[in-house]
Design a protein around this ligand. Structure first.
Ligand SMILES: NC(=O)c1ccc[n+]([C@@H]2O[C@H](COP(=O)([O-])OP(=O)(O)OC[C@H]3O[C@@H](n4cnc5c(N)ncnc54)[C@H](O)[C@@H]3O)[C@@H](O)[C@H]2O)c1
Length: 328
């Protein structure tokens, strides 16, 4: 089988490309990526000597590049996106162009080339925000209530995927996942930001009161979920992916500090992000019951492994910071 992973030079995509080559050695993997500030060839360098792996530099919005790359593919897994909320607030248009227009261009190519399977990777942020002290969690029937340019552009992309399924019969599945962490994540995101600040002797910026709750999952468990949905998911269906590690941002930072033997003197509270969603939480029962998926990592073992990875790969994250600049 030939599999194309869009956004495969980014955080989750590079982990997925590595996962796929490891778990499906008979499959050829092609990474399609435009190499924005978030995409980095070094994140897939170890795969490039592998004869069943190929990198294709292509922009999602360029129909001819996209068609040339996905022609003859059995499965397209779509992760390419603009993803960072702070950047979306400062400059929303690239999010609309890539996450909405780019997704439409890709869907059209999949339709015209009659690609037999398309999986769309999305986020829990499309559902909006929950109250901190409520027991509620989002499920597959929750209404979409995105509150920022990133989540609104991802929501629009999800709607396009469903529309292409309903209108043209495109063979699609979707998944909406909670906050990922693990190796190769850009140091602008909370966990690698905290780790790299501590490794360089700096302070960790925490938005507002730090009580915003996120539902965390190790990226390997997300890759396993994508694999399960691509293999056994029902066409036209959406699966929510969550390991259930709901933690306030401040607690996440404190757990990282403990692993460094440091205390709250290394935290710097900063002005809150406008429209900062208070809490996300997902009910992943459908994925667990229908597709027999379970997370393998606990939050703490995944965090310890992630810290070890950033300690051992200083060259990688220093290049990411110097070429893009951290967003905060
Ligand atoms: N990181 C998370 O916690 C999380 C959680 C749920 C869902 N997701 C979704 O997973 C996907 C991947 O997220 P990530 O954190 O790995 O993102 P990322 O920012 O690390 O990587 C995105 C990749 O997409 C590429 N890209 C951007 N615009 C492109 C374009 N126009 N054409 C081709 N390639 C382009 C970038 O070069 C980069 O390699 C996204 O769709 C995101 O919405 C992420």
């Amino acid at each position: 089988m030939k599999v194309v992973i869009t956004g495969g030079a980014g955080f989750i995509g590079s982990n997925l490309a590595r996962y796929w080559r490891g778990h499906h050695p008979d499959d050829a993997v092609v990474v399609l990526d435009a190499l924005t500030y978030a995409g980095h060839r070094e994140s897939i360098r170890d795969l490039e000597s592998d004869g069943s792996f190929r990198f294709a530099r292509a922009d999602l919005r360029d129909a001819s590049q996209v068609r040339a790359t996905i022609q003859g593919t059995d499965l397209v897994i779509h992760l390419a996106a603009e993803t960072h909320n702070d950047r979306a607030i400062a400059d929303p248009m690239p999010f609309v162009r890539t996450n909405v227009e780019g997704t439409a261009v890709l869907l059209e190519a999949v339709r015209q080339l009659e690609i037999p399977r398309f999986h769309h990777v999305s986020t829990d942020e499309v559902f909006g925000s929950l109250e901190l002290d409520s027991p509620d969690r989002f499920d597959e029937s929750s209404p979409y209530r995105p509150r920022g340019p990133y989540s609104a552009s991802k929501a629009a992309g999800d709607h396009l995927v469903r529309a292409w399924h309903e209108t043209y019969g495109l063979p699609v599945t979707l998944s909406n996942c909670s906050n990922n962490f693990g190796p190769y994540q850009h140091p602008e995101k909370l966990i690698p930001l905290a780790i790299t600040r501590l490794l360089t002797g700096g302070k960790i910026p925490v938005y507002g009161d730090g009580r915003n709750v996120r539902d965390w999952i190790h990226v390997d468990d997300h890759c396993r979920a994508i694999d399960a949905v691509c293999a056994r998911g029902k066409l036209g269906s959406t699966y929510l992916v969550s390991a259930g590690w709901e933690l306030p941002n401040l607690e996440v930072v404190q757990r990282i500090l403990r692993q460094f033997g440091k205390g709250s003197e290394s935290i710097e509270f900063v002005r809150d992000r406008p429209g900062h969603d208070r809490r996300y939480a997902l009910d992943s029962r459908r994925l667990r019951e229908e597709l027999d998926w379970r997370p393998v990592h606990t939050f703490d073992d995944g965090l310890a492994a992630t810290i070890d990875w950033y300690r051992a790969n200083e060259g990688w994250w220093r290049t990411m910071i110097s070429t893009a600049g951290a967003a905060r």
